[in-house]
Design a protein around this ligand. Structure first.
Ligand code: NAD
Length: 369
């Protein structure tokens, strides 16, 4: 068995601790069966950190996150902290983690599990077997570009400005993540921009093509305009393996792709930073959903988004692909057995608790392992 992998667990608020607990049971299962071992330590983030330490993310926790091989986060926020000033809100803890770990690549898979095909608003034949991954640039582009602002014109009307800007370095580092992920999956990368009307898009396309030709010639690269990509995602999403795109288009396209799967409680995510000399990347894994205060403390949350985020950690931080597949299959089989939390309940199915779903996934792992 390889040396222990250091995971910092930050359960956070609301249902965060509940879904993280079930996820760590999966990590413990791998340990117990001597398949892979993990050193898991826990820290505070969000409202929990505000209550205990007076800040949404203590410096010491930040340091531990930077030293860890991977961070697993539950969710932050809740009504108790809603009225705090902006700079002290629980969400600032998460933003600080993303900023100081320099997590520039956001990975959002859209995977449809056969038993949940009916939860999508699209026809079963369009989404059955869907498994695509969107890589969104997260720290550049129009959300951060200068100049920006609102000014008043001489005639008294106003003008709002944002600037879409990308440099070669920003494009290359996120494209590289896209190529690397394509190599770990089905070998196809689709790069998305608006090169027909935007210079930044033209640069994006040229830099991605150059990187492909010089370093990743075996990946099947295609280019697509963002408006066409939006259409193709609902027309024929199974044509995609990995999509790489900028911050703005990624924001929109990843939400569109997420809804192909039909359920918030099922959506995992990863955010990756730059690779160091040894190839190790800073990385944070978290479910897409929030702290769900309406169901917190009731053992009613769906832990699968968090468990699937752990599967992403196995795949992308630890290169444990077979183990990641095993978790994905265990989730698939748990759903196949009819186990459902409230958010994905279908007629004739059995409603179970957060812990019950954890039990079912572990039982499925036992059978598969
Ligand atoms: P939310 O995702 O917490 O909940 C939206 C709805 O989906 C709720 O009805 C909730 O019960 C349901 N839901 C969400 N996750 C579920 C799960 N795993 N199982 C079953 N049902 C689930 O979004 P919200 O209500 O807009 O926000 C609640 C709090 O979470 C706010 O404080 C918000 O700021 C915070 N938030 C945090 C994150 C994060 O930590 N990354 C993301 C989004 C929202």
């Amino acid at each position: 068995m390889a040396a222990n992998r250091k995971i910092l667990s930050l359960p956070g608020d609301g249902i965060g601790p509940e879904v993280v607990r079930q996820t760590l049971r999966v990590a413990e299962w791998f340990d117990r069966h001597r398949i892979a071992s993990f050193d898991v330590s826990e820290g505070l983030v969000g409202g929990a950190a505000i209550d205990a330490q007076g800040t949404p993310l203590a410096d010491q926790t930040m340091r531990r996150a930077l030293e860890a091989d991977a961070v697993l986060l539950g969710a932050v926020g809740g009504p108790k902290w809603d009225n705090l000033p902006f700079a002290q809100k629980p969400e600032r803890g998460l933003l600080r983690l993303r900023k100081e770990m320099d997590l520039f690549a956001n990975l959002r898979p859209a995977m449809v599990f056969a038993p949940l095909v009916g939860a999508s608003t699209l026809k079963p034949e369009v989404v059955t077997g869907l498994d695509l991954l969107i890589v969104r640039e997260l720290t550049g582009g129009v959300y951060f570009g200068e100049p920006r602002g609102i000014s008043t014109l001489p005639d008294g009307t106003r003008r709002g400005v944002n600037t879409q800007v990308y440099t070669t370095a920003e494009i290359v580092r996120v494209a590289r993540v896209g190529f690397e992920l394509a190599l770990k999956r089905h070998g196809k990368l689709c790069s998305v921009e608006k090169a027909n009307v935007m210079e930044s898009g033209q640069l994006w396309r040229e830099e991605v093509q150059k990187l492909h030709d010089s370093e990743y010639p075996t990946v099947e690269l295609s280019h697509m305009y963002a408006d066409n990509c939006a259409m193709q995602l609902v027309r024929n999403p199974k044509q995609f393996d990995v999509i790489v795109t900028d911050n703005l288009f990624g924001d929109i396209l990843s939400d569109c792709a997420a809804m192909l799967t039909g359920s918030l409680g099922m959506l995992p995510s990863a955010s990756l930073g730059a690779a160091d000399a040894s190839g190790r990347r800073k990385a944070l894994y978290e479910p897409v959903h929030g702290s769900a205060p309406d169901i917190a403390g009731k053992d009613a949350a769906n832990p699968l988004a968090c468990i699937l985020s752990f599967a992403m950690m196995l795949r992308y931080s630890f290169d444990l692909r077979d183990e990641a597949d095993l978790v994905d299959r265990a989730v698939q089989n748990a759903l196949g057995s009819g186990a459902r939390t409230g958010d994905i309940l279908q007629p004739g199915m059995q409603r179970i608790s957060t812990t019950g779903m954890g039990d079912t996934v572990l039982a499925a792992l036992e059978k598969l392992g």
